[in-house]
Write a protein that binds this ligand. Structure first.
Ligand code: MRU
Length: 395
């Protein structure tokens, strides 16, 4: 099942983003010709959703390297690139996929440091493509795993947007719902409008209609009564960062839903790729929560709905304590309590590498040709090798 749109695509040497600020009324592309454009797009939420931010940042890093190569050589190139990478990381502080993708690009730079600059750029572009392609594969996998928690004839409540728009493709929590729908289960979705940016009303509703999934839009304040009245069978939503103890940081309003689910014994799931788990952040209290502009609350579509001089508190995310979470759906399986143990086991799991195979059967590891013998040796040393088909895109 393929979406009719792409949240992001790199072609003709530029990153093209479907401008999510304009949906559902206008479908327009926002073109990023350089890293500055990517930083602005992430900050202004042209592109949003943790995995989509991560993939965009990977291309942003490549664009930064391309720009740096025009002006600098040697150490100046590497230090300029490192500085721009830090600027990219600061664009939005909560979604850990941004840092994860940049660290991956930085490791790629380190691994190819000795190569001529053109070869390094090629490797970086291949790595950004790999981040993007793998995200789609990962989402498909976690969706297949997660669909089992949705009962037949279920009503599922979701929050914010976690679909193909929020990722490189397919989606996480909405991906799980799509998988259940396409596998023949009768699923009905209640989509929270998700104030203040209305990702539920503008984006999830747009995706649900395109997919033909039976659904209704609700005001955020309707959810508690629906959960109490047993209309909702389970809540499935995404995550921007999961702490090492299983605390889930997600779009503001998530915590409120978890509290009501716990009170009425309704299963509450978060679905996210392993790249959203921050093994280095012990608890939700340690997660930086992005504070956004007052205008997001004071205005709708450019019209003030509150006195412009009113002071505003506008955190973009909240943290749901792990005690309220039934399960965390990932491509590595559904993590269940005790989460600290499940996450520690995941961390200690043997190293995984993704190998891409092109149409001619050639194998690539981090964009570099690799032989079957070399892969066999890696497996013998305990590394898990995952093989994915690869379509190389031009520079
Ligand atoms: O502020 P946003 O729209 O970037 O917030 C997005 C969310 O909170 C999503 O639930 C999360 O990133 C998961 S997206 C698959």
């Amino acid at each position: 099942m393929q979406e009719k749109f792409k949240s992001l695509v790199f072609e003709e040497g530029v990153l093209k983003l479907l401008d999510q600020r304009l949906l559902p009324n206008r479908e327009e592309l926002f073109i990023c010709r350089n890293c500055r454009d990517v930083i602005d797009a992430v900050r202004d939420m042209v592109v949003r959703g943790a995995p989509a931010i991560g993939a965009s940042a990977a291309y942003g890093y490549y664009l930064a390297a391309r720009e740096c190569a025009e002006d600098h050589t040697g150490e100046a190139f590497f230090s300029g690139l490192a500085e721009t990478s830090r600027d990219l990381e600061r664009a939005r502080p909560t979604a850990v996929n941004l840092r994860w993708a940049l660290q991956r690009m930085e490791r790629c730079t380190e691994a190819h440091r000795q190569l001529p600059i053109q070869k390094l750029l090629e490797a970086l572009l291949a790595e950004a493509h790999a981040v993007t392609d793998e995200d789609i594969e990962t989402n498909r996998k976690l969706s297949r795993i997660g669909a089992e928690v949705i009962p037949e004839n279920a009503a599922v409540l979701t929050h914010c947007n976690t679909g193909a728009l929020a990722t490189a493709g397919w989606g996480t929590a909405l991906g799980v719902i799509k998988e259940a729908h396409y596998s023949g289960k009768q699923v009905f979705v209640y989509a929270d409008e998700t104030r203040p940016r209305l990702q539920g009303a503008r984006l999830t509703a747009w995706e649900l209609i395109q997919e033909g999934i039976p659904s209704k839009l609700i005001a955020d304040s309707t959810a508690a009564a629906l959960i109490r009245d047993r209309v909702i069978d389970c809540v499935i939503l995404g995550a921007d960062r999961v702490a090492a103890n299983g605390d889930v940081c997600n779009k503001i309003g998530t915590f409120m839903l978890a509290v009501v689910c716990s009170r009425y014994n309704v299963p509450f799931y978060s679905a996210c790729p392993v790249s959203t788990i921050d093994f280095d952040t012990p608890t939700g209290e340690d997660i930086p929560i992005e504070q956004r502009d007052a205008e997001e609350l004071l205005q709708i579509e450019g019209t003030y709905i509150a006195p412009p001089s009113m002071e505003v508190y506008n955190p973009a995310f909240d943290v749901t304590p792990h005690e309220l979470v039934t399960g965390i759906i990932t491509e590595a399986g559904i993590l269940r309590p005790p989460f600290a143990q499940a996450i520690a086991e995941l961390k200690n799991d043997r190293e995984t590498v993704i190998v891409h195979k092109d149409e001619k059967g050639n194998l690539y590891l981090k964009g570099i040709p690799v032989t079957e013998d070399e892969l066999r040796r890696l497996e013998e040393q305990g590394t898990r090798v995952i093989m994915l088909p690869r379509v190389f895109k031009g520079l």
